[in-house]
Structures are given as structure tokens and as C-alpha cells.
Design a binder for this molecule. Structure first.
Ligand SMILES: Cc1ncc(COP(=O)(O)O)c(C=O)c1O
Length: 444
């Protein structure tokens, strides 16, 4: 364990240069924001232990989205009435049995899918397994390999290696930008993250999908960091299979179930590696032999996690009247403005953005790498970013830290304001500005 660095308390008097102008710009941008009122659909109360009683600037919606207001009452009703009094009758009368497909249809428009193509249930990791083995079973006979995004979130890589072992294929890690050059006629499929969890880089879903199809391979996308933050266009770009979680930009709550998308024209050929009774054509026939259900229901496995699933359904109501294109416009404006404020407030050389400046390659987060020199000065080589993030959180700015040196700030346009972006950058400037001077020439 590294010792906690001592960050001087903010003076509260000295205002950084340009702060008035940036705050005025934030106010203008918030006043012109067509999504500003959507923030009120979320619980905005301060943390119970927050000394000042202020609400935190919450920039961790790319990890766990905030709680939508309607969820608590809905779950109370599910528990008291549907479970407490209707009991077993709720499987039919309260629509529990059909919830995986119904909630899937509510997510579908946010990821550019038509009805009947998305089913909700299980974790993302489990859905990756279904998609990979199901995909390999649909691929051509001579295929020998699975390509995996070399920068992937780890679970995708772990599951891909296991799926490959089970199907006798090899796994080849490839940088997303190289997939079009590396795919061959021996490639069964590629599993790619739409937005990189670490850097916030947005990968080219239409281009990579097209390149895979040109070589006869399937495209499997992990949408965890893009769904609810930007348009995905699954149907329009002929994506074959996709998975994603619902606890980030879809605000479904901790451990909320994930989803599986299967392109309509592939559904008939999709053979699940987990053919549980919920995916049977006639589950209550209790037939010892397995016949898959028609359509997306064949992506189901066992009894759905009803409380989490119905919390997610209630959470999705915050999207009423919200266009994902407006979300994207605001997301880019927020991340641009945050980067501008970071440049204004943080002394030069102390952080470097890992997030692409080009809008076409940017998701909805900003990742800042702390200078290695700065870290070494403080801790004798121990990375400092974790301590910097702890201090930001103590001062009411909640992002997160990824090893070894990355500060991640997620921007959720439904509830993040431009004033939040300005305050976060100002506090970051205070915290990093309080650290010892970096020697000239230090990596920035
Ligand atoms: C890109 C990505 N894929 C997969 C996962 C894992 O999801 P789960 O824990 O639901 O299996 C995450 C979790 O954060 C993720 O960010």
C-alpha cells in the first residue's frame, strides 16, 4: 500500500486564471442545452457522508449510471404487489415471463435495432460466451481463428480464449484499426469493443464490420461503453451479434442484466451454447429433447433475474422523448469543453489526454494519463493517479482510476452539465497544481 499523499486544502479564495470566463461559458452552454431538464429525472441527492451537503460532480456513469427517480417506486410495487400479493401469478399477469424480450425492445432503438432482435438477461460475460460460440457455429467450416480486439476489456479476451479452446480454434489479438488488414478467409469472427474502456477511443463499427463481412467473417461487438452514449446503428451496419451491459449509460443499476443482439436474418441459424429451458420453443412442455424457440428468445438461458430486470425497465423511462443523436451532440460538446477547461486549469505537462481529439474516434469519456515524472516525484515510482482520484473524490468530483496512471471521467449527457465539467477540471487543476513542480522535459 502506498502512503496517502498530502494534498494541501484548497484555499477557497484564489480563483485560477480564466475561471470566470469558463464558468460563464458553462452557464451559457447549460442554458442552451436541450437535454438540461432530463437531469431532473435522476436522484441528485448528496452522498450521506458529504460534509458540505453539496451534490458530487458525478463523472463515473461509464461505470455505474445514476439512479433514475422512478426506479424505487416501481421496485417497491414489484415487491409489495407483484411478488408479495400476486405471487406466482405475476409470471403471466405482471408480464414477468416476457420481460427479457420486452425490455430488449426498449433498449433496441437506443442501439439502432428493430424489435425482436435484443434479449435481456445474464451478464455481459455470459452473453459474450453465447455470441462467440453461437457465432463460430454459424461460421464457415474451414475457419481456424477468432480475432479479438487487442485492447479489449479483459473479460472479452478471457471468454474468447475459452470459447476458442472449446471449438478448436485459435485466438489472435489484433488492434481494432488493423482488423481490416488482418482478417482472412480463415477468420470465423472478430470480437471488438465499440468504445475502448481505458482510453475512450471509439472504434469504426461500420468500417470494421464491412471489412469482416468482405472476408466472410462475422462481426461481434461489445457495446458496454457506447450504448446510451452515442448512436450505434446495429441494423443499418448489418452487425451480426452484439452484447452490452446496462449498468453504465443505461442506468439499470448495479449488476443489472446485460443484453444480446442477434441480427434478424441469423436468428434461425443461431445455436446457443447454453440452451436452457427458457430458450425452448415450449418451455412448459418439459420436453426432454431440446427445440429452440423462434426468434430472439433463443438467446435466453434460465429464469430471469426479475427484480433487476424490472428495475432496468423502469430506468429506461428516462429516455422518453430523448433522441440518441442529441445525446451524442451533447457528449461531444461536454468532452470538448472539459478538455478545454483542463488545458486552462491544469499546469502544463501534468496530464496527457489518451482520448482522441477527433470526434469520429471519441466515445463519451475523457481519460487523462498522469505524467510518469509527476508520479515518480511523489511516490518514488509508485503511480500517483489512484491517490489523485481519491483526492478528487474527497473534494466532490467522482471519476475513477485505471492502472497504472489513468484518470477516467465519464460524461453522461442525460445528467452531466457543463457546470459539472468546469468544476471537475477546476478541482483537478487544484489537486495537480498542488503537487511539486515537474522538472522541465518531464513526459507530459
Ligand atoms: C467493455 C466491457 N465488456 C465487458 C464487461 C463485463 O461485463 P459483466 O461484468 O456484465 O460481465 C465490462 C464491464 O465493465 C466492460 O466494460
Amino acid at each position: 500500500m502506498s502512503e496517502t499523499p498530502e494534498f494541501p486544502e484548497p484555499s477557497g479564495r484564489s480563483e485560477p486564471a480564466g475561471a470566470r470566463e469558463q464558468a460563464a461559458r458553462a452557464a451559457e452552454l447549460d442554458a442552451a442545452d436541450p437535454l438540461a431538464a432530463v437531469r431532473e429525472r435522476f436522484v441528485l441527492d448528496p452522498a450521506p457522508d458529504h460534509a458540505s451537503g453539496d451534490t458530487d460532480v458525478y463523472l463515473d456513469g461509464n461505470s455505474l449510471g445514476m439512479l433514475p427517480r422512478g426506479v424505487a417506486d416501481r421496485i417497491a410495487d414489484v415487491i409489495d404487489r407483484e411478488w408479495g400479493r400476486l405471487r406466482i401469478r405475476s409470471w403471466s399477469e405482471s408480464g414477468w415471463w416476457t420481460a427479457p424480450e420486452r425490455v430488449g425492445d426498449k433498449i433496441a432503438p437506443l442501439i439502432g435495432a428493430g424489435p425482436g432482435r435484443v434479449v435481456v438477461g445474464d451478464s455481459t460475460s455470459v452473453n459474450i460466451f453465447k455470441a462467440l460460440i453461437g457465432g463460430v457455429r454459424m461460421a464457415g467450416k474451414g475457419c481456424t481463428e477468432i480475432l479479438v480486439d487487442a485492447t479489449t476489456f479483459p473479460t472479452d479476451g478471457y471468454i474468447a480464449r475459452s470459447a476458442a479452446r472449446m471449438t478448436g480454434l485459435a485466438v489472435r489479438p489484433v488492434e481494432p484499426a488493423r482488423i481490416a488488414d488482418e482478417v482472412t478467409e480463415r477468420t470465423a469472427l472478430a470480437l471488438v469493443n465499440h468504445v475502448d474502456y481505458r482510453t475512450g477511443r471509439l472504434n469504426d463499427l461500420p468500417g470494421i464490420t464491412h471489412a469482416l463481412h468482405s472476408a466472410g467473417a462475422l462481426a461481434v461487438w461489445d457495446l458496454c461503453h457506447s450504448a446510451g452514449a452515442l448512436p450505434v446503428g446495429l441494423d443499418a451496419h448489418h452487425v451480426d451479434l452484439a452484447v452490452g451491459c446496462t449498468y453504465k449509460y443505461l442506468n439499470g443499476g448495479p449488476g443489472a442484466p446485460a443484453y444480446l443482439y442477434i441480427r434478424e436474418s441469423l436468428q434461425e441459424r443461431f445455436e446457443s451454447p447454453l440452451p436452457g429451458w427458457n430458450s425452448h420453443a415450449d418451455p412448459f412442455a418439459m420436453d426432454p429433447s431440446y427445440t429452440p424457440a423462434d426468434g430472439i428468445a433463443r438467446g435466453r438461458v434460465g429464469t430471469p433475474d426479475i427484480l433487476s430486470l424490472l428495475a432496468l425497465e423502469a430506468a429506461l423511462e428516462v429516455w422518453d422523448g430523448v433522441a440518441i443523436e442529441d445525446v451524442r451532440t451533447k457528449s461531444l460538446a461536454l468532452t470538448d469543453f472539459f478538455l478545454e477547461c483542463v488545458a486552462a486549469y491544469v499546469p502544463p505537462g501534468r496530464v496527457r489526454s489518451l482520448t482522441p481529439a477527433d470526434h469520429r474516434s471519441r466515445g463519451s469519456q475523457v481519460s487523462l494519463a498522469c505524467s510518469p515524472k509527476l508520479a515518480a516525484d511523489r511516490q518514488g515510482g509508485t503511480p500517483l493517479a489512484g491517490e489523485v482520484m481519491d483526492e478528487l473524490i474527497r473534494r466532490g468530483v467522482v471519476g475513477d482510476f485505471r492502472h497504472p496512471d489513468v484518470l477516467r471521467f465519464g460524461f453522461t449527457p442525460l445528467y452531466t452539465s457543463f457546470a459539472d465539467a468546469e468544476r471537475a477540471a477546476r478541482v483537478l487543476g487544484e489537486v495537480l497544481g498542488a503537487l511539486p513542480e515537474v522538472e522541465s522535459g518531464a513526459a507530459g
